[in-house]
Design a protein around this ligand. Sequence first.
Ligand code: GLU
Length: 437
Amino acid sequence: MNKQNNPVSAISCDTSPDVQINLNIRGLKPSATVAINEKSNELIKTGKKIYKLGLGQSPFPVPQPVIQALQVNAFQKDYLPVKGLWELRETIAEHHQRSFGIECSAEDVLIGPGSKELMFLIQLVYYGDLVIPTPSWVSYVPQAKIIGRQIRLLHTKAENNWRLTAEQLDQYCSEDPQRPRLLILNYPSNPTGKTYPPEELADLAEVARKYRILLLSDEIYGKIHHKGLHQSIVPMYPEGTVFSGGLSKWCGAGGWRLGLFVFPGCLRWLQEAMAVAASETFTSTSSPIQFAAIKAFEENPDIDLYLTNVRKILNVLGSKLAGILNKSGIKTLAPDGGFYLFPDFSPFRDKLKSKGIHNSSELCEKVLEEAGVAILPGSEFGQPEDALTVRLAYVNFDGDKALQAVDGGEEPDDAFLKQYCGDTLNAVAIIADWIQA
Ligand code: GLU
């Protein structure tokens, strides 16, 4: 049979992907965070010096007691219950009660292979619009597109520390008060590093209650609030908030893929629906990882010390880098938590235009090509196409060495940063020089 006579439903190597790919996923590219990491690694393989400030991966090692627990549990081979290992769910409930004042029990916890997967499932099972304050993490919106949900972006401003205001949320909800909505709030924020003070969280909680919004509180960076002062919104709107967290960021274990949700009792129906979807997709999360994760969430002074030192380093480094960028004229807010900055190059708009750079994608391409620094365009984080913001992950250093130095009594001052976070400092200095050249 010749090509023309092939029915369109038949799969073949030369079938146009436009014909057979689900409409919702047509035209989507691989996630920008994942893609920049792979592109940087390819360039490094060709012998180029590349500063990797693209993917948001913790530079710190997994704490020793947790590694040992994984070694001991390598033999665990059985499928675990779909909602997760009971002992882990218990430990997680106690941990979140202790750390963030979240009233919960083991029943309320759902474990998944990364919180990213759980976020996809909640959007799949909950029939409501996705509401996202931007700038926001790269994957919330594509997940909603894949599922076919309506998406509403609520743009925030740098003058407002990139925070959604209660008035803004109220105004938007009042357009159609009965509409079912899923609002994802993420703080400390990826990509801005900023967080919310408790009084603003309380105001947002009040609006969420008024419109009965389902709130997904993505607090994956909460434990690396630089001052250890993270406040959760869950106790302020317990009946409507699902907490999202995991091991990836604070425990240096992104590749372990261990995420968790904590539900209030009155959203048990949502948790059960997610468990159904989980049972038909990933079945259960890796057994050895779940057994090891118990160690990470138990009370342990060694892990507390690890976290104190991680925060110290990120705090000093984050404000140092923001200082360097601001000095060169690139507007950057000093971060409150996590390991991201969200610099704004708009003061250089005319200069960049003369170099053929009109938007954040072109800016990041040129910075990679000419300065060898991998960063991500603000447009991937929901910023308008012509904005000149970028996300910079300050993670390009050996966190193990830096931690050992702090453990040995060294203070993270300028000399410390030069010695242990040199590549990250250099990368930012290179960007500052590049824009001035
Ligand atoms: N959350 C990290 C980031 O924003 C990396 C992992 C991911 O995006 O899946 O870079």
